[in-house]
Design a binder for this molecule. Structure first.
Ligand code: MLT
Length: 286
């Protein structure tokens, strides 16, 4: 029996296209998946995969500096603390790291707490946050692991795209479409459920924007994950980053399933469950 015919309550799957259009009612009672492919959520996945202890997303560079000062004062040392992030794509003055996932190697970040601020990605995480809410962090680097987690999640799901400069972003919507496509195909597969399905989550109900995102993924990438990179490099923000010398980041962020981890944001920190830790392949790790 496919899971979609089990008795649980229907699970609504929706997509919100931009940080600015994410409302409290979109996330209430649902699992939120924050997506900023270029580059914030890719960098978070890479950093945690490289062994960072945790990421503390903050809204502004000033807030990052203030948080660093507080942590330094309470620990009596700056040891183990890093500042990371960007504005206009570039590392901020006085920061240890920018927003390139390739900078976040095990040598640099293992065991470290990273206070992190980016233009859209960290704002989306903060906007999605709320008490008792599950917030997952998705990128192409960990896309299948996120899809797997969503398959069993008992509530509705909102795929919260950061977008670019207040508008639609192709790469974020493609990742949302990839995740919806995975769930749709699996729900339609009669062999998808094995064993006792009596306590299985309910069927998925895909809202208009979720269906549209999946259609976009199928149209532009042919529904093939391996063809995503070809499309992602043509996106507005990809072209901006490439023109500023970050072309290697774009190619890396478009790589599918380099790692099977699902970062979670709770109580002001993004972390991995210990069992989920595996090194993220990073060409700069040597
Ligand atoms: C953001 O959060 O707006 C992006 O990650 C910007 C960037 O590519 O550095």
């Amino acid at each position: 029996m496919p899971l979609s015919t089990a008795l649980g309550a229907p699970r609504v799957v929706d997509v919100v296209p931009t940080l600015q259009t994410l409302r409290p009612e979109d996330v209430a009672g649902r699992v939120a998946v924050v997506i900023d492919v270029l580059r914030a959520t890719s960098t978070i996945v890479a950093a945690l995969g490289a062994g960072a202890r945790d990421i503390r997303p903050v809204a502004t560079p000033e807030e990052a500096q203030a948080r660093l000062a507080r942590l330094e004062a309470s620990r009596g040392s700056r040891e183990g603390l890093l500042l990371g992030g960007e504005r206009e794509g570039f590392r901020l003055p006085g920061f240890d790291l920018g927003n390139s996932p390739l900078e976040y190697t095990p040598k640099t970040v293992a065991g470290k707490t990273i206070i992190f601020t980016t233009t859209n990605g960290t704002q989306t995480l903060r906007r999605a946050a709320g008490a008792h809410r599950t917030i997952l962090v998705a990128s192409f680097l960990n896309a299948s692991a996120v899809a797997e987690r969503l398959w069993t999640c008992p509530t509705g799901i909102v795929l919260a795209c950061a977008g670019t400069r207040g508008g639609f972003s192709l790469e974020d919507t493609l990742l949302a479409g990839f995740l919806v496509d995975r769930l749709e195909k699996r729900a339609a597969d009669p062999g998808a459920a094995v064993g006792d399905t009596s306590a299985a989550p309910g069927p998925f109900v895909f809202r208009d924007l979720a269906r549209s995102a999946a259609a976009l993924y199928r149209t532009l990438a042919g529904g093939r994950g391996e063809d995503l990179a070809r499309v992602v490099v043509t996106a507005d923000h990809a072209r901006y980053l490439t023109s500023r010398g970050f072309g290697a980041d774009v190619a890396y962020c478009a790589s599918l399933d380099l790692v099977a981890v699902v970062p979670e944001y709770a109580r002001g920190r993004v972390t991995l469950a210990a069992a989920g830790r595996r090194p993220v392949p990073n060409p700069r790790s040597g």
